[in-house]
Design a protein around this ligand. Structure first.
Ligand code: SAM
Length: 338
């Protein structure tokens, strides 16, 4: 990917106004002072590393070891990566062709502020800044954010901003974003429930949260494949056989799915419990819960019925035959109460 294009401002004004330094009060602000970020409250400065603003505060205590291991893994394997130089038009075509991302863009609407926690190499953040939306993508992997920023600068995407942060110590004011998304991320943290509690604080009352996690039980076939992949090779993976046509992206996918240093699995009912603990009302599930109005919902953020515990259990068993072959990610969508 070209690095020769001129760098755009690190943050759009709408996004900069939502930042603070990790641990500072919500009354403080961050200013850009040449090549450093400065906290108005403490005067503390934070570097811009190779074009990436770094407001990263490492985890301490019980999460320290897992966070460091996961960070090293994604420094070596930026996910999902790009296929060489990608023009924004290609990314938009792929986004429109993918029914999940198109539904997400339609559901988000126009002129919104979106926080993507664990944005990886930034494809979703770039896609969602369409429709005059302003997106902040945060991640702890500088290698991933480097690729995201190259793509942003190469394509002149000034409404996408990126920063290095730790989900457990976000440098963002509470109640500040219209939409918060975290897709395929929290199950790689040392405590997914606690991570959910952190990201949800950044959502405005009335705002929408969407969290994508590995499903229990649908992740089981991946675990079985992980024991066999050394013997049979990467072609035992459906996504490698049918979806990815680029060698580097295929290697990244295999590493992420089968050699990840840490992952946990979650059920719909468990995440509904996190919703209740954080004053989030259930809106929808993707894929839909069988036998509910979610199956015919008008949009991804439509308010639908979660069905019964029995319906949710049967739905998750059927996922063993559907989403299991593509990583077993399901997304739960909720609305923050006023
Ligand atoms: C599987 S990738 C998902 C990337 C992207 N959301 C996607 O769906 O393609 C998981 C990402 O979560 C990030 N991550 C994991 N734990 C994190 C933490 N505590 N703080 C910030 N980012 C984290 C990793 O660095 C990695 O880029």
């Amino acid at each position: 990917m070209s690095t020769k294009t001129a760098a755009l401002p690190l943050f759009s004004d709408r996004i900069l106004a939502k930042l603070k330094s990790p641990g500072a009060s919500d009354d403080s602000t961050i200013t850009l002072d040449g090549d450093v970020l400065r906290c108005s409250e403490t005067g503390e400065t934070f570097p811009v590393i190779d074009g990436i603003p770094s407001l990263f505060a490492p985890s301490t205590g019980e999460g320290q070891e897992i966070t460091a291991k996961v960070r090293n893994f994604y420094e070596e394997n930026p996910f999902p990566n790009y296929e060489g130089i990608e023009e924004f038009g290609e990314l938009v075509s792929k986004g429109h062709a993918n029914s999940f991302s198109k539904k997400l863009l339609d559901a988000v609407g126009y002129n919104k502020t979106i926080l993507e926690c664990g944005c990886g190499t930034g494809q979703m953040s770039h896609y969602l800044q369409l429709n005059n939306n302003h997106v902040l993508g945060i991640d702890m992997s500088l290698a991933s954010l480097g690729l995201a920023t190259q793509h942003k600068n190469h394509n002149g995407l000034s409404r996408a901003s990126f920063a290095q942060m730790n989900i457990f110590n976000l440098a963002i004011k509470d109640n500040s974003f219209d939409v918060v998304i975290s897709h395929g991320v929290l199950h790689h943290t040392f405590d997914a429930r606690r991570a959910f509690g952190e990201i949800v604080k950044k959502l405005k009352p009335g705002g929408i949260i969407m969290v994508g996690l590995y499903n229990n039980p649908a992740r089981l076939p991946t675990l079985i494949r992980s024991k066999l992949i050394g013997l049979f090779g990467p072609n035992i993976d459906f996504v490698v056989r049918n979806r990815i046509h680029n060698k580097r992206k295929a290697e990244t996918w295999i590493a992420d799915q089968y050699y990840n240093p840490h992952e946990t699995w979650h059920s719909i009912d468990e995440v509904m419990g996190w919703f209740r603990e954080n004053d989030i009302s259930y809106a929808n599930c993707s894929p839909a819960i069988m036998g509910t109005d979610g199956e015919t919902a008008e949009g991804l953020f439509a308010e639908t019925s979660p069905g019964t515990r029995y319906q949710r259990s049967v739905t998750q068993l059927t996922w063993l035959g559907t989403i299991a072959r593509e990583g077993a990610l399901f997304d739960l969508i909720g609305k923050k109460q006023f």
